[in-house]
Design a binder for this molecule. Structure first.
Ligand code: ATP
Length: 325
């Protein structure tokens, strides 16, 4: 029997209580990740990418309902673990999170070296000295000069702060690092440098990454796999090669056609319309209203249909005998 995937997310749901009603930010998401793989969660703003990360790591705001569904790490269910065990055994220890704009969340009055060492003292029980030595190694690994350990966050550039946050996530040697828009606040050259650091760490350390972004160019840099989200659901999950060369879902195809490229004869084609509200999403396919290929069956909700090995598409066009008449 094949080994269980490192991470298996199945039918994950997360909703928020708001004055206007229940926002179903993550609505039946499924995803698998193997060791040393990078999966990119791609999708436009508001489709539920950050909520997925928060549900996974239980870093939820107060108005969130408890997430539902299944999350397995090496085959063991972790979503139902009591908070104390989750904190001791999973968060930071097995899965670390680099939140959106994390580089601005560093404590301004504590030296960065101490901040990077802190997870080791809390989660791995290291002495101050061991933790400091390991923090220095982590700094070298992400390309920060050693003497920066003594500096305060405001003495570092944005790119260096982002590297420090990455070092903090890696220092406990987690199996998985979840990165929410890790480069979106940085200039293009710094973005490229950070992506190179991630690629090297993946190669050298065998870490798995879940990288959240709205940027197709960033995603293609590192992805082994892509999960494209739309209105709270994964509409296509595929290998990066299949996704970038022959996307199967109409939304994936339109998204790829909307990206400006060098040497492209056709101008980029923006996708008309807007995603539906997550307060009352449509009963059928959520993309139908914007889809040029919609047909009668799209008024029913499509399941995630298998299209090949580890390739799934939430679209009736790919149903056996269920496609367009
Ligand atoms: N604390 C909250 N309370 C209520 N609604 C929320 C909350 N956080 C997020 N949402 C809503 O949940 C939906 C998904 O948001 P989420 O931030 O997960 O999307 P995203 O794809 O990460 O977008 P972005 O890239 O803009 O952060 C959106 O409709 C958003 O308005």
């Amino acid at each position: 029997m094949a080994a269980a995937p490192l991470l298996e997310i199945d039918d994950l749901r997360l909703a928020y209580a708001t004055e206007r009603g229940t926002v179903r930010a993550v609505d039946g998401v499924g995803l698998t990740l193997r060791r040393n793989e990078a999966v990119v969660i791609l999708g436009e703003s508001g489709c539920g990418k950050s909520s997925l990360a928060k549900a996974l790591l239980r870093t939820l705001p107060r108005n969130a309902y408890a997430p539902e569904g299944r999350v397995r790490l090496d085959g063991a269910e972790v979503l139902g673990l009591p908070e104390e065990r989750f904190r001791r055994q999973v968060r930071w220890v097995r899965i670390a999170l680099v939140m959106q704009a994390a580089m601005n969340a560093l404590n301004p009055v504590v030296r960065v070296g101490e901040q990077v060492a802190e997870p080791l003292r809390i989660h791995r029980g290291c002495s101050r000295r061991q933790a400091a030595a390991r923090a220095a190694e982590a700094f070298a690994e992400v390309g920060i000069p050693g003497d920066f350990l003594q500096r305060y966050p405001h003495e570092l550039s944005g790119g260096m702060r982002q590297r420090a946050v990455l070092a903090m996530a890696l220092v406990t040697e987690p199996d998985i690092v979840v990165l929410d828009e890790p480069t979106s606040a940085l200039d293009v050259l710094t973005q490229a440098a950070i992506m190179n650091v991630l690629k090297r760490i993946k190669r050298d350390r065998g870490v798995s990454f879940v990288l959240i972004t709205h940027d197709v160019a960033t995603s293609s840099e590192i992805a082994d796999r892509v999960a494209l989200m739309y209105a709270g659901q994964v509409v296509e999950e595929a290998s990066a090669e299949a996704f970038f060369t022959a996307p199967a879902h109409p939304y994936s195809q339109m998204l790829m056609a909307s990206v400006p490229r060098l040497h492209q004869p056709e101008p980029p084609q923006p996708i008309p319309g807007r995603p539906p509200s997550l307060l009352e999403p449509p009963a059928g396919c959520r993309f139908a209203e914007r889809c040029p290929q919609r047909f009668d069956r799209c008024s029913e909700p499509p399941p995630a249909l298998p299209l090949g090995e580890r390739h799934r598409v939430r679209c009736w066009l790919h149903a056996t005998g269920g496609g367009r008449p």
